[in-house]
Structures are given as structure tokens and as C-alpha cells.
Design a protein around this ligand. Sequence first.
Ligand code: CO
Length: 229
Amino acid sequence: MPHTATPRPPQSDGDLHLRFLERNREWSARMLREHPDLFAELARHQTPFALWIGCSDSRVPPDQITGTMPGDLFIHRNVANMVVHTDMNLLSVLDFAIGTLGIHHVIVCGHYGCGGVKAALGGEGHGLVHNWIRHIRDIYRLHRDVIDAIPSEDERIARLVELNVAEQVYALSRTSVVRAAWDAGRPVKVHGWVYGLHDGLIKDLGVTRTRYEPDIGPPPASPSGRAAV
Ligand code: CO
């Protein structure tokens, strides 16, 4: 089985699901050969070492870009890797990850060229997704002076991608779940990363939070060598 991307089928390809199922059988057989005990071990329990909060974008697969295996990452994904305080899905995942699974590393990973962030810098839309995008537009409003001073549109988008991640790290540090863990003396760390679609590399923004702080602090330094956006 070559490690190539799934051949791009026409939208009308009614048998696409069969190809996925066939590939699944091949994957399962390969995993059993290479890691004979893995499935038996994972069937008993999970002990992931990190919670990943990432974008739904198909080009940013958490397991593959971190070289991790099944059982390593607990994952939550949504458009533009947002932490919305009333999102019961996110909060439930966070509570289970920290409270039950005992995870100490929470990673928010955005990516350059994020469609959700691009949309937030564009015009107001009326589609359903624009209700979600509003959260990112609010972050733009918070940092409007910084963003508007950047002459290049690509750079503006990249900067908002980074600021969005920093704000989601901040938002996590405000959740009852993370604060309770810190109050209990647990060494929970919340990290902010950005993935580059152009080179497959993850950049650590250096916005890691390890305790409750009253203010968000300065935004992360803008990196050189920007991704194609
Ligand atoms: Co995205």
C-alpha cells in the first residue's frame, strides 16, 4: 500500500466510501504487523499525553504532523481552533481530558492560511458559519491597531492567525476547568502553536500559560519567514 494521498475522486464518486473501508483493512493489518500489541492495549484504556485543539481544515491532521500514534492525542477540532466559553462540546472535552484523563498539556494549534481567519478579515457574511466567524472578528477588533498597520494582506492574515491562537490560549486559561486544575496544584500547561501549510512545520508562539494571570500580556512576536497564505 503506497503512502500516497487518496486519489482525488469526482464529487459524484459513489464508491468512495468503499475505498476508505478497503484502506482501513489494509491499515489495520499493517498496524498489527508493526505494532502487534497496540490494539489490545488501546482496547483496554486510553492514556493520551496531550489535548489538541485544532482547526477542522483537512490539511492539518494532528496525528500525522506530530508523528503520534492512536492513543497519544485527545482531539477537539472546529473551524479556526476556537475556544468559545459557551461551547459545551469544547468544555466537555476539556473537562474530560484534564479532569478524568489527567492530561497536563493542552495545545491550541492554528495554521497559516486558515480560511476561518481569512473570512474574519473579509466582509460580513450571512451564512451560518459567519456566526462562528464572529468570534474571530472580535479578536480582530481587539487587535485592530496591530493588524491594520501591516501593509500586506497575507501578513495581516498570518498575524491574525497567531493572535487568534494566543487569544484561545488566554480563553482556556479563563475556563473553570483549567483554573480548577491550577488551583489544585496540577502542572497544566496551555500551549499556542501555528502550523505552516507550506512546509509542514509547527511554530511554537511562546505564549504558553502555566498559571492564572490577570492580564493577557503582549501579543507574541511576529515571526520572520511567513507561510504562504
Ligand atoms: Co483553519
